[in-house]
Write a protein that binds this ligand. Structure first.
Ligand code: ZN
Ligand code: CA
Length: 375
């Protein structure tokens, strides 16, 4: 059984620890200690040096039965600003901060759900496969912990990330990837009335490129947009340079690549035609993930929802989380709601009932894995 009081006490203890991104040391040490008391030996990877923080990802494993698929449970240890001196307040069924900081339920509620579920499955002696518990660092500053996590040693068939908002039962099974583009077009200035033939118009290059570009809704999972265009000095000067900001998104990494290359090519061809130059800079924020509804991980969620009396809502999310990274590294993963609300604000709060329910759902998930074939 999930012990509500134990969860409240431990959650309040944990959020009272300062744990900003790059400074998760005390949180990690506390968690290593708690895992040890449950019989899980934790290791810390070398992410701290790689990202310039004081803490690495914490990786531990609860050994399970050979014939049951192995899983990964994950949450992040860092919290956002203002996050120094967090003081949890319990008001009836809700935990809030004192109004001067965030609460830190993002993502310490996820950490707490995992800790409690491990305790319960040990107390109840439930059958399970190997369970990897990973607490990452620096999620809030670009998913840096997950990006640097070496999953060679994490031999998990499915991953459950506890870092989603919404009602309990909301599970993100897809998230888009986003590319942003910075485009600098250079032509050549000349007097527009006296010798226009000596000039190269960056505006003309840009407009011809854009007129040939596929934009807007490209297909049911891909969009593209030119958002900003700036350039030009005066009507009597052939425009020398134009700067453009654009983006493309897709839930399909391959389609995103095709669209990005298409946009780049339109600019390059047009620049070439008029004798100008283009510098096309692409920044990739995170890779997309998409779980098919016929996948085994969805079966696990469905069985677990039924067992724990949770209404399952499979959803596509618009943002990125550690889940994007873990999927891209090859562990099929979903992001599960822990009930955190109004995150990244001093009004952040969580219902105790929701945290308990999310834990019951997670325990049911761990318990349902044995019904799936190990591969
Ligand atoms: Zn989070
Ligand atoms: Ca967050």
């Amino acid at each position: 059984m999930v012990k509500r009081d134990r969860m409240i006490r431990e959650f309040c203890e944990l959020v009272s620890i300062d744990s900003l991104s790059f400074d998760e040391r005390e949180m990690a040490d506390t968690l290593i200690d708690k895992l040890a008391k449950m019989g899980l030996k934790a290791q810390e990877d070398d992410t701290a040096v790689k990202i310039g923080g004081n803490t690495g990802n914490i990786i531990s494993k609860l050994k399970g039965k050979e014939n049951i698929p192995s899983i990964l449970l994950m949450a992040h240890m860092d919290t956002v600003n203002p996050g120094i001196g967090k003081k949890p307040r319990i008001i009836e069924d809700i935990i809030k901060s004192d109004g001067t900081t965030v609460l830190g339920s993002d993502d310490i509620a996820g950490v707490e759900c995992i800790l409690e579920s491990i305790r319960v499955i040990k107390e109840k002696n439930l059958d399970h496969g190997d369970i990897y518990v990973v607490f990452t660092v620096a999620e809030e500053v670009g998913l840096l912990g997950a990006k640097n996590l070496d999953i060679q040693n994490i031999n998990a068939q499915f991953g459950f990330v506890m870092d989603n908002g919404g009602e309990i039962g909301c599970v993100a099974i897809s998230a888009p990837t986003q590319n942003t583009f910075d485009i600098k077009i250079s032509g050549k200035a000349a007097h527009a009335g006296v010798e226009p033939e000596k000039g190269i118009s960056a505006i003309q290059i840009a407009s011809e490129a854009i007129s040939k570009m596929k934009l807007g809704r490209i297909d049911n999972e891909t969009t593209a947009n030119i958002g900003v265009i700036k350039g030009g000095e005066a009507t009597n000067i052939v425009c020398e340079s134009v700067e453009i900001k654009a983006e493309a998104r897709s839930r399909n990494n391959e389609k995103l690549h095709v669209q990005s290359e298409h946009m780049k090519k339109c600019f390059e061809e047009s620049a070439h035609k008029y004798g100008g130059k283009v510098i096309f800079t692409k920044e990739s924020l995170y890779p997309a993930f998409f779980i098919d509804e016929t996948d085994d991980i969805i079966s696990i969620l469905k069985i677990a929802a039924k067992e724990s009396g949770v209404e399952l809502k499979l959803e596509a999310t618009g943002g990125g989380s550690d889940t994007n990274i873990i999927n891209s590294k090859g562990i099929k993963s979903v992001d599960i709601s822990i009930g955190m609300d109004k995150i990244h604000s001093v009004d952040e709060q969580i219902k105790i009932d929701d945290m308990v329910k999310a834990t019951e759902f997670l325990i049911a998930i761990i318990d349902s894995v044995k019904k799936i074939k190990k591969v």
